[in-house]
Design a protein around this ligand. Structure first.
Ligand code: GLU
Length: 483
């Protein structure tokens, strides 16, 4: 919880890159959780000053990701591209106050300065050449129509201390920072300038963002100071890495949260996973959304980077799927199921059929890791012709005596009425007893004959749900085959 009296106002400020990146989603989530637990305000701001106009599609993709994850915002989306006058106003103010100045240095001149610094093995720094131009020089450059940028006059002595809620204070020597650009030659503000104006005008109390921006923060603090604005609190979240410990990128797999939706991940599992990726509460793994709001603690976010682990996300997703009401799981997967097995629609048109589908869902729920698993896990419930896994057939159907076992099983199942798991189980057990063999000797080959594979949901439920007619047909096909 935030203990200061200031109303908590936080923001998520993505650049419209075309999709909501996993790292961005986690930044958004930490902001959202912080806002919700402090009864604060969550602002969405699109940082699109790099574009001439904001790209609707790129913004829509970010919004789609936010909506999928259930991160609702209270204000916005604001677009920086629509706030140009504000940036200009504050830039003009700084020039008027002598805190910023026009710089007319050409690209060639700047490149030469950079080269010189490189040769001297110094960090490239603007020389400050245009800091003290006379009015006459300025007039002359303007007359020549030279292009110009605006630079902030930064202090060359002392240090700028960035206070951070996650890590210790960070000290940046001012001497290392140059007079950086706040307005580019095309009139657009730089990221550092626009972000400060917006965070101030939007009364942002806490800036929670990726630590890739840490090196920008002292520059932003200098802008706050030049403008006489209060500096917000900062929290820089360590990056998300791939398994090879480099920054998470497309090389490691999907980086867009919507890709995870398409792969069959649940938004609740994704939220839970992202929250845990960089923050923890003891060794607990599963948290509901409300628990995250209550327990999340920004100052307990890890100081070191986190590695994105798809296996763990998948494990978490499976655990959420297991907890789902079957009706809900069916709703979530209905489109996939109906397009793979059009007969589902027909089956569901009767109350018994509806019940059967529900039981099928319950049966396979335990085995699902993603929603997309549903199609592959229940083919044998719906297909007329099932596919036989060659390894399973080899192992369980070709043994001596299997045909006799299956023949006797088929005969015994024929008389089972009603065809329920309670009535089916004794048939298997009695047959094994009569033949003086272990129950497994009946169950294993029957499983392969009925489902095509050697792993399936619990056998007797499965046989009931395949139904008498299809079960007998499949057993007889195996019996009459040339195996
Ligand atoms: N627009 C920046 C980005 O997408 C975020 C800036 C910030 O949070 O201050 O990385």
């Amino acid at each position: 919880m935030d203990s200061s009296n200031k109303k908590v106002r936080v923001r998520f400020a993505p650049s419209p890159t075309g999709y909501l990146h996993v790292g961005g989603a986690r930044t958004a989530l930490y902001n959202w959780l912080f806002a919700r637990q402090n009864k604060g305000v969550f602002v969405l701001r699109i940082e699109d000053t790099d574009q001439q106009r904001h790209n609707e599609e790129a913004v829509a993709a970010i919004i789609e990701g936010m909506k999928w994850l259930g991160m609702d915002w209270d204000e916005g989306p604001f677009y920086q591209s629509q706030r140009m006058e504000l940036y200009k106003k504050y830039c003009d103010q700084l020039i008027k106050e002598g805190k910023a100045y026009y710089c007319y240095c050409s690209a060639e001149e700047l490149a030469a300065q950079r080269k010189e610094a490189e040769e001297k093995k110094e960090a490239p720094k603007y020389s400050g050449k245009c800091r003290c131009l006379t009015k006459e020089q300025i007039d002359q450059f303007e007359k020549e129509g030279r292009s110009r940028v605006v630079r902030l006059k930064t202090p060359q002595e002392g240090a700028t201390i960035v206070k951070d809620l996650i890590r210790d204070d960070i000290r940046f020597e001012n001497g290392l920072l140059d007079d950086f650009v706040i307005t580019k030659s095309d009139g657009f503000p730089t990221y550092n300038f626009a972000v400060v104006i917006d965070d101030h005008l939007m009364e942002i109390s806490h800036v929670i963002r990726g630590d890739d921006h840490l090196s920008n923060t002292p520059r932003q603090v200098l802008i706050y100071q030049a403008l006489g604005f209060d500096v917000p609190k900062f929290a820089h979240i360590p990056m998300i890495l791939g398994p090879d410990k480099t920054r998470l990128s497309k090389r490691h797999g999907a980086t867009s949260v919507i890709e995870y939706k398409k792969m069959g991940f649940l938004s609740e599992a994704m939220i839970n996973y992202l929250a845990r990726l960089g923050w923890g509460h003891g060794d607990r793994e599963i948290f509901s959304r409300q628990e995250l709001i209550d327990l999340f603690n920004i100052s307990r976010v890890n100081k070191t980077s986190a590695v994105f682990d798809i296996e763990k996300l998948t494990w978490m997703n499976a655990s959420y799927i297991r907890q789902m009401a079957p009706e809900k799981l069916l709703e979530e997967t209905r489109n996939m199921l109906e397009s793979a097995y059009p007969e589902v629609k027909d089956i569901e048109s009767t109350p018994e059929g509806k019940e059967r589908i529900k039981k099928i869902i319950v049966c396979i729920q335990e085995r699902m890791r993603t929603l997309n698993d549903i199609v592959g896990l229940c083919d044998f419930f719906f297909l007329d012709e099932i596919k036989y896994d060659p390894l399973s057939s080899e192992k369980h159907l070709k043994e001596e005596g299997v045909k006799e076992i299956l023949t006797r099983l088929a005969k015994a199942l024929e008389t089972v009425e009603p065809f329920t798991k309670e009535n089916i189980e004794p048939v298997f057990r009695n047959l094994a007893k009569d033949m003086g063999i272990k129950a497994g000797k009946v169950i294993h080959p029957a499983r392969v004959a009925l489902t095509g594979r050697s792993d399936s949901p619990p056998m007797f439920d499965t046989v009931e749900l395949i139904g008498k007619e299809a079960s007998l047909k499949r057993l007889n096909e195996v019996i009459n085959s040339k195996l």
